[in-house]
Each structure stands twice: as C-alpha cells, then as structure tokens.
Design a protein around this ligand. Sequence first.
Ligand code: SAH
Length: 347
Amino acid sequence: MRHLLNLDDELMEWLGMQGQPAYRAKQLHQWLFEKRASNFDDMTNLSKSLRTQLTAEFQIWTTQIAKHLEAGDGTEKLLLELADGGRIECVLLRDESRRSICISSQVGCAMGCVFCASGLDGVDRNLTTGEFVEQMLRLARLLPEEERLSHIVVMGMGEPLANLDRLLPALEIASSPTGLGISPRRITISTVGLPPAMRRLSRECSRYNLAVSLHAPNDELRNKLVPVNRNTGLEEILAEADNYFEASGRRLTFEYVLLGDLNDQVEHAQQLGVLLRGRPALLNVIPYNPVAGLPYKTPSSTAQRRFREVLEQAGLNIQFRQRKGNEINAACGQLRRLTPQVVPLDT
Ligand code: SAH
C-alpha cells in the first residue's frame, strides 16, 4: 500500500490513470489539511467508487499512537509507532494564541551529543516525507476544529539536515496554502551544524528560520559535548550560519543547552559573548532537562542567572527557554526510552 501523505507525483499519476481531473488532488488536500478527515469515506465530494479505489490503493495513516500524554500546561506529546516498529516522538505546545509543534526527523540520531536521549542508541533510519506530514496531521487533529497550527519547529529526534531530501517536500506541504498554510517564517529547522547541508539550504531553500545548536563557545569543549564537531569546528559552522542569514534575511537562532558545571561558567558566557558579538542572532539558552541514566545536571538558578547576566552585558539578544511539558518527558527522545516497546523492531 502506498502512503497518501507522501502526496507526490505518484498520486497525480494515479489520479490521471483513473481518468480523474487534476482538481481531485486539491480536493484531497482540502479534506486532509483543512477538514482533517480521518479516512477516505469522510471525503463526501469524491464519488463512492473513487473512495473505494483510494481505500484499496492508499493508506492515509501508517503510524499508530503508542502513547498520548497531556501536561497541565497544555503540552501534549505523542509517541508514534511507525509501520516497521520504529518509534518517534512529536509534541504540541500551546502558548497564548500560538499552537506550535515539534517534530522528529529520524528514528534515533547519529550525532551522538553526549547529553541527549535521542542518540543514545544511534540512528535507525530517516523518516519519509509522509511520516513528517503524518506527525503534523496527528498533532493538528489534537486541536479543536476552529484552531490551526501556527508554528513548526523541527527540533525533535534526529538531525533534520541529515534528511533534507525528505524534509523539504514536507515543509513545502506545511507552508503551502493548499497544505497547512503555515508561513515559512513560522517554521524553524534546528541543526547540530552540518556545513555542506547548511550550504545547500542557503542555496536552495532559505525561506525558513535556522537554529544552530552550539552548546559550547570553543572547539575543545564542543568536541566533547557534540562529537560531530571534531569533523567541522565552530568557525565553519558559524560561517555557514552567516551565509544562511545573507540568503534568508532571517535572524539566526543559536541554541545552548546549559549543563551544570560543564558549559555554564562565567568564562563560557564571556567566550560566547565574543563569539556571537555583532551577529544578528537570538541566543536561546535551554537549562538541561535531565535524562535518566545520564550524569548531566541542570545548573543551579544562581549559575543560570550569572550566565545570563554576562551575556546581557555583552549585548547579546538572549532568551532562556521556558520549560514546557516537563512532567510528560517532552524533551527529545525521553519518552521513547521510558516506554517499553510493544511491537518488536523486526516485525
Ligand atoms: N539535531 C538537531 C535537533 C535536535 S533537538 C540539533 O542538534 O539542533 C533540539 C535541541 O534540543 C538541540 O539543541 C538539542 O541539543 C537540545 N537537547 C537535547 N537533549 C536535551 C535535554 N535533555 N535538555 C535540553 N535540551 C536538549
């Protein structure tokens, strides 16, 4: 069975072969994205026979909701089980009128950041375009009919820039008026910093916001926390981030996970101030969200305040990320680890 949410040329071809006019594709989009239909039988302006044929050839959903958690602050998290048994997480965040989602890009992650739960077992595979879109739709369907998704961050499990070929068509659907209609300015891709892929993004598709995960102000420390840094180094990553800014005109975001006694000292803040000075950027500091079994800890509130003050004095645009959905393990890859697998991976 083919996955309808890949919504690729195959569907257009198939509709053509059935002698269907091109606007059928638009009608299908409307049912999926505007009316949030859950199956072909809901699509009442398609003929009964077309619905039957679609049901025989295509599936809309390839994932199952293995777990659905809701936090008191309105955050909801889904653990999705993919057709091959792989599991990914995605999150809906409510903040005043914002309805943001955080989606995954891979099953697991190959980057090996030492403090992160997503990469502890390495990477299994890239997600397909359909699986990206399915996360968006599954989360949209948690909203009441009159509400729409407003923002997307690709900050879940995995490294999105290692899966650009499948991510970009999915974001195309997310931002298309006939898809989810979310402005590209409200879509953010977060990367550990892979220079060749950043270059490609600057060249081919600079409509979205780019966030770069730094986590350290010098290569010596970054090599320890973010092992892929050994192949690249901060200088090249920052140069590519600047290129992206040139191409997009969109203010950059740098992320910095604050780890107690590791990268939270005054000297780190000072170095970071020098490193980012003059860049049109927002520094997003994320106090570490502890992961069971890992030795890293959240810095004390005094250490956090001190870090912030140094950077504010350096004139940086800084934001401490509010914690959301803590009690439901909303940080990357945590829920997956804590939930026993129901279906074995090889089925
Ligand atoms: N691979 C992409 C997306 C990863 S997740 C990237 O590296 O940017 C998005 C952010 O959450 C990254 O900055 C990541 O380092 C951070 N993160 C991972 N685990 C965390 C944890 N336990 N607490 C706080 N932030 C975490």
